[in-house]
Design a protein around this ligand. Structure first.
Ligand code: URA
Length: 236
């Protein structure tokens, strides 16, 4: 149980600066249970609180945990150079709350991307010690061969890595497609492993993180959702 003043609550939810949040409240734009709350100093219990702002319902969230079905041609970096940032696909409240991608997908990689404003979650989820499996569907330029699959499973040497990196699972799914599961998250890892094994990655899609498949979330490309505690528990 924790109480916060209404202006702090709005600010914590990403509605802008404290000054702007106070203006919204004093202008009567904030309701709770249909009743206008125009005193920004009022201290309210945040547990279970549902705000109505500009007639939209906003359940209070201490942190947000988001899954985006990332389309191609958006960038995960904070200062994108050639494409719009992934944050442009989320409500502007997410930028105000400092939501960040958990790790990165390349601009041309599609699929499952987690984002959050919970630093401890981002750190834990990206920690190499956790070995969170990530499932990728890769399309290759050259045909997939048993030798390619065997090489990816045995481990391939990337030029700036001290030891060979291996997939924890790799299986051919078509003449030019394979499913590959990695537990590390090195820079361009799938593409570099395919190149080191003598092929070339033509397209890449992340279909699952931990035990949570993207398909179970029913998101079209470019769509996102908040993850429930039950879904978060599957990210291991
Ligand atoms: N490996 C890559 O090469 N690119 C990605 O975006 C993710 C994993």
């Amino acid at each position: 149980m924790s109480k916060l003043t209404l202006d702090r609550i709005l600010q914590s939810q990403g509605f802008g600066s404290r000054k702007y949040c106070r203006e919204l409240i004093e202008d009567g734009e904030v309701r709770i249970g249909g009743v206008v709350h125009d005193n920004y100093k009022a201290a309210l219990e945040t547990d279970g609180l549902v705000l109505e702002i500009f007639d939209e319902l906003w359940p209070y969230r201490e942190h947000v945990y988001i899954c985006l079905n990332k389309p191609a041609n958006v960038e995960c970096s904070r200062k994108p150079s050639h494409h719009p940032p992934v944050l442009s696909l989320l409500p502007e409240q997410c930028s105000w709350r400092d939501v960040q991608p958990v790790g990165r997908l390349d601009h041309d990689t599609t699929g499952m991307l987690l984002l959050s404003d919970d630093g401890a979650f981002i750190h834990a989820q990206s920690s190499p010690k956790r070995h969170v499996p990530k499932v990728y569907q890769a399309t290759t330029a050259e045909p997939v061969t048993p030798e390619l699959v065997a090489a990816l499973l045995a481990g391939v040497q990337l030029h700036d890595e001290p030891a060979p990196l291996a997939a924890v699972h790799c299986a051919q799914t078509g003449s030019h497609t394979l499913e590959i599961i990695l537990e590390q998250g090195k820079y361009h890892q799938v593409k570099r492993m395919l190149a080191a094994a003598g092929n070339h990655c033509a397209a890449l899609h992340r279909s699952q993180i931990g035990q949570l498949p993207l398909a179970s979330l029913g998101l079209a490309e470019g769509e996102w959702c908040y993850l429930t505690p039950e879904q978060l528990a599957l990210l291991v």
